[in-house]
Design a binder for this molecule. Structure first.
Ligand SMILES: NC(=O)c1ccc[n+]([C@@H]2O[C@H](COP(=O)([O-])OP(=O)(O)OC[C@H]3O[C@@H](n4cnc5c(N)ncnc54)[C@H](O)[C@@H]3O)[C@@H](O)[C@H]2O)c1
Ligand SMILES: [Zn+2]
Length: 380
């Protein structure tokens, strides 16, 4: 079975990836956390067949299963949900060695992961991500946590799982828009680290969108590898881990500005017609790459490969409304009137390579936002 080992200075674990693996979840958990009881904390949005497969697999392996179902949204990624997880675990007297199995998308794995990190000061955690984003991003790296009204992911911990169990077959039920959003992070991984994988995407993006099993498994495997490689080099994000932010400084500004349509409460859900995170990341990567081209940091051919790939993945490459440049600049804490207003950005230097540039001027960023609004001879 393809596994990706994660070797950290103080902890080693494996990410197991195989089609159909959900039906063998019990063995996977027993290998790392043998015990009489287990808690299955699962995403209410997950199709019943996946939940039943996981539950039965744990019972078959002899676990008495405490089953908790949790509705997921950014608003419910909260300390209240963590509290209801604690109550479930306390009610069934789960012990120090009872594993918590987190089954669902990134919202569920972040929230249940935080509950596992703090219940009895930490119990064995097995992550079972079921969205592409959770597989290639949220469940690798050890970050768990929740939102508070003051902002997203402000409360959390670094807490490594005992194992990550990935069954790419569960992606066949994922809404296409969620699949596309996960693909944005995959394109990001290729852009920051691996030109050969970028070419793989150019050759396989349609196979992935058609949910071809071999393509999905291969996609997940190399993406976990890249994320793991970056995280292993830099577990607590001082340096290299910043490369994962490629496209994200622009994306976060888009998300912040559109989030204001929601009453402005940080940690809330964005309005229904707004860009999802992966879509904002796609736009952010285009903005960052355009900027790098116009500053002479990268060859134009990189943009000419990135934009078509994003389009084929069904991701936006232009803002659909004229950009609210002032609001976007404010969201980036930039003031174009202040001469020394500058920002650190991760920018491409080639396909498969990025660098951190510490001193990008506000005027240059503003130009990138204007170009993202279109009118440069292309449309979305
Ligand atoms: N910890 C980290 O390092 C990290 C990294 C990136 C993102 N995140 C977090 O991840 C979250 C986003 O995760 P997401 O994109 O997985 O969104 P999500 O958790 O909202 O899941 C998307 C939707 O898909 C449903 N779903 C899940 N699996 C399914 C399946 N197999 N079939 C059908 N439906 C399914 C969910 O119920 C949900 O409605 C954010 O809160 C973000 O902060 C964390
Ligand atoms: Zn992201």
């Amino acid at each position: 079975m393809p596994t990706v080992p994660i070797e950290l200075p103080h902890h080693r674990y494996e990410v197991a990836i195989e089609a159909g693996l959900l039906s063998r979840l019990g063995q996977q958990v027993r290998e790392v956390a043998p015990h009489g009881c287990a808690a299955l904390l699962r995403d209410a949005g997950l199709p019943a067949a996946h939940a039943a497969a996981a539950h039965e697999a744990l019972e078959r392996e002899g676990y008495a299963v405490t089953d908790g179902v949790f509705a997921t949204s950014e608003r419910l990624k909260s300390l209240d949900t963590v509290r209801s997880m604690y109550e479930l675990l306390l009610g069934d007297r789960l012990e120090r060695r009872s594993p918590v199995v987190a089954l669902g998308g990134g919202i569920l794995t972040d929230t249940a992961g935080f509950a596992a990190a703090t219940y009895l000061r930490g119990v064995p955690l097995v992550m079972v991500p079921t969205t592409l984003l959770a597989m290639v991003d949220a469940s690798v790296g050890g970050k768990v946590g929740v939102n508070v009204p003051e902002g997203k992911n402000l409360i959390g911990a670094f807490y490594q799982p005992m194992r990550v169990v990935i069954d790419p077959q569960v992606l066949t039920t994922l809404p296409t828009r969620e699949l596309r959003c996960g693909l944005a992070e995959c394109i990001k991984h290729a852009m920051i680290r691996d030109a050969a994988r970028f070419e793989w995407l150019e050759n396989n993006v349609e196979a992935v969108l058609a949910l071809e099993p071999a393509a999905l498994t291969e996609l997940v495997r190399w993406n976990v590898q890249i994320k793991a490689q970056v995280v292993m080099a830099d577990e607590k994000e001082a340096g290299e881990r910043a490369h994962l932010n490629f496209g994200h400084t622009f994306a976060h500004a888009i998300e912040a500005v559109q989030g204001q349509g929601d009453g402005g409460e940080a940690g809330g859900d964005a309005p229904a017609d707004s860009y999802h995170h992966g879509e904002a990341v796609a736009l952010g990567m285009v903005a960052a790459t355009r900027l790098a081209v116009s500053e002479g940091l990268v060859d134009r051919s990189v943009l000419d490969r990135l934009v078509p790939l994003l389009k084929r993945a069904g991701l936006p490459t232009y803002l659909s409304h004229p950009p609210a440049v002032d609001a976007l600049m404010a969201a980036m804490a930039l003031d174009k009137k202040v001469a020394d207003s500058r920002i650190r950005l991760v920018l491409p230097t080639a396909v498969g390579a990025v660098e951190v540039f510490g001193e990008m001027r506000a005027q240059v960023i503003e130009q990138a936002w204007r170009e993202l609004g279109g009118g440069v001879g292309e449309s979305m």
